[in-house]
Write a protein that binds this ligand. Structure first.
Ligand code: PMV
Length: 326
């Protein structure tokens, strides 16, 4: 039996950074994200034997998949989640799990969110096809959270809210947003997000961080409900800098920002200053810059793509995916 599924990535506008419980990935604050339907992980699971044995991971190959090799630690974490899912859903035997993304991994495009969500969905499909009861989407999101916190938000679209009491979709009057990411580098990041979660608690700025995140979340949801785009842009801008300031003030300090990042951020800020309008900007734990556009900003999205294109790759929703040296 072979199972094939895919799941989307998501980009947080209010960030999950810092845990109160490392084992179950319990966050110190609520987070809120936009689901990136076009950036997906594909997972294939194939049974290799009836006896309990060694499960294995292999890269999935095929047209449209970015070349993908997982680090040893990445494989261990992925297969550990697979084994706990098997146990939870009552599956026996040994399997080979193959996966790939249609975008570069480990560089701040939130590939752990889509990878763990796709793996969780694949195991639930396997359990369903073996005649077992399938958990609800809410239950699957909770299970996936234990593998990678941010993956729990990939179960809902377009908006997902993860609070200390659970994960749920949110209905907001801001619909049909378009996403782009300017890939200033697709080099693998040197500090993983798991390590970032551990280190940020050493920053003096971590004091008050949960309160700041919760206050921004309330303000951002109010801005979206009032369709105040500029206010939403300002809140999201403060929020990603808050997370990157935690990185830079941890002990030892670390960071992801590259010269290209600054160039992209400055360009977007100049657009906002001259046009009194522009995209919402955010960054994950990586050097690349995520942009969200309203559906009446497609001309601006195209303009920004062609501005950066000769130098950087731009991935986006819609038909405007372009490639540069990235
Ligand atoms: O799910 P993890 O453990 O890889 O955490 C990643 C958290 C960030 O991507 C940096 C922020 C977020 O809320 O997605």
């Amino acid at each position: 039996m072979k199972i094939e599924v895919s799941a989307p990535s998501n980009i947080a506008l209010i960030k999950y950074m810092g845990k109160i419980d490392t084992a179950g990935n319990r966050p110190t604050n609520s987070s809120f994200s936009f689901t990136l339907d076009e950036l997906r992980t594909f997972v294939e699971i194939e049974k290799t034997g009836d006896k309990e044995g060694q499960d294995d991971w292999q890269p999935l190959s095929g047209p449209g998949f970015a070349p993908f090799e997982m680090s040893e630690n990445g494989k261990i974490r992925f297969l550990r989640h697979f084994q706990s899912l098997k146990k939870e859903l009552g599956l026996n035997g040994s399997y080979v799990v193959r996966s790939a993304n249609n975008f570069p991994s480990d560089c701040g495009l939130a590939s752990s969110a889509s990878s763990f969500a796709a793996l969780t969905l694949a195991v639930s499909k396997l359990a369903q096809e073996s005649g077992r009861e399938t958990p609800s989407r809410f239950e699957l999101a909770e299970v996936s959270r234990k593998g990678s916190g941010s993956s729990c938000r990939s179960f809902f679209a377009p908006w997902a809210l993860w609070t200390p009491t659970g994960i749920r979709p949110l209905d907001l009057p801001v619909q049909n947003l378009r996403h782009s990411v300017v890939v200033v580098t697709s080099a693998k990041k040197k500090v993983s997000s798991s390590e970032a979660h551990r280190r940020v608690v050493t920053s003096p700025l971590f004091t008050g961080r949960p309160e700041r995140a919760e206050a921004r979340l309330a303000d951002l949801l109010a801005a979206f409900r009032e369709k105040d785009w500029e206010q939403a842009y300002q809140i999201c801008w403060s929020e990603f800098w808050d997370m990157h300031a935690l990185f830079e003030t941890s002990k030892p300090a670390f960071g992801y920002i590259e010269p290209g990042t600054i160039e992209v951020l400055q360009t977007i800020r100049e657009i906002w200053q001259s046009e009194k309008d522009g995209p919402i900007v955010t960054m994950d734990a990586g050097a690349n810059v995520h942009l969200l556009f309203r559906d009446n900003q497609t001309e601006l999205q195209k303009k920004i793509h062609s501005f950066f294109h000769p130098k950087y790759s731009c991935f986006s929703s819609g038909a405007m995916t372009t490639s540069g040296q990235g």
